[in-house]
Design a protein around this ligand. Sequence first.
Ligand SMILES: [Zn+2]
Length: 329
Amino acid sequence: MSNLQISTITQNYNQTKTASPPAFRGVKTSDLKFDTVELSSNKDNNNLGTKILLGIFGVGAAVLAYVKFHKATSIKPQEGLSTELKEIQKLYKDIFSRDINAEETKDFAKRYREIIDFKTDSNDREYCEKLLEEICKDRKTNKPEIFRWIKTKAETDPRCVNGGMATAPDGSYIDIYSFNYRNMENPTKGYFESLFHETHHVKQDEIIYRTDKEFFLQHLLDKFIDNGKGEMYKDMLQSNGGNKEKTIQEIKEIISQQVDNFWGRFLPYEKNSKEYEYGLKLIDGKKNYKFFGDCANNEEYRNQIIEKGAYTDGEKAERLFDLLRQISL
Ligand SMILES: [Zn+2]
C-alpha cells in the first residue's frame, strides 16, 4: 500500500471538484467508450474535465422502459380524488414506477405543493435542496450533492440547458443551471423539470451499480487513471516504484470502498430478473452514450436510452408542476 490513504484520495477528488468534475478527468479507454465518445473528435484538453463531466451527465433512463420492468400492480382506489389529483396519481406512477393510493396521492401533492409555495425570488438554492431531497425519497434512491451552481450562461455548456449529473466514487453529483432556458420565465418550474431529469440519471447509477458492480467500478477506474495521465494515478504509481499492477489494485480497492459507502445499501439484482435485464440495457446505453451537437434540440440525443427517460420525467414534472399549482389542498 502506498502512503496515499483513502482520505487522501477522497480529498483529491474533492479538490478536483472545485475546478472540474469529480473523478472524471480521464479519457475513455478503447473498450469502455461510454459517455465520452464525443471526446474522440474534440482534442481540447483544457476543457477535458468539463466535457467529460457533461458527457457523463447523460446517465439517465427511459421511464417508460423502466416502468415496464416493474411488476404490474393493481390500480388502487381513487375515491375522493379530484380530476387533478387523479392525474397526479398517474404521473406519480409514470415517474416513480409504482402505484400510490388516494391518501398517498394527497400527501404527495401536499409535500410538493409546500415546496413550490416555499420558493421566493431569493431562495433558489434552498428550494432546489428541498426539492432534491423530496424527489430522491420518492425515487427511493440516494440524494446527490449539488456540485456546481451555475449562474450565467457563459459558464454553461452550450449543449446542455437543463443541468448535469456526474458519477464519482463517493457519490452522484449534479449541476444546476440557474441560467436555463426553461427557467427564464418561471424558474420555479424550470428547476422542477431539471431536478426530475437529473435525479432520473442518479437512479440510473443505482440501477447500474445493482446490475453490474464490476462495470460500475471499471468505469470509474478508467476515468481515474485517464489512460495513464491521471495526476493522482501518476503520484500513486511513483510511490509504488512504477508498479502498475499494484497501483491499480490499490485504486480499485479505494474506489470500491467509496462506491460501497454510497451505494452499498442497495442489493444486487438477481440475474435474469426484469430489473437486471433493464440494467443491462442501461449499461449498453452508457457504453454508446453520445452527444449530438445541440443536445436539447437533437432528437437522436434525446432518444438514446440514457436520456429518453430523463427527458420524459422532466416533461411529466412540468405537467405535475402545473397541476400542483392548480389544486387546492
Ligand atoms: Zn440528461
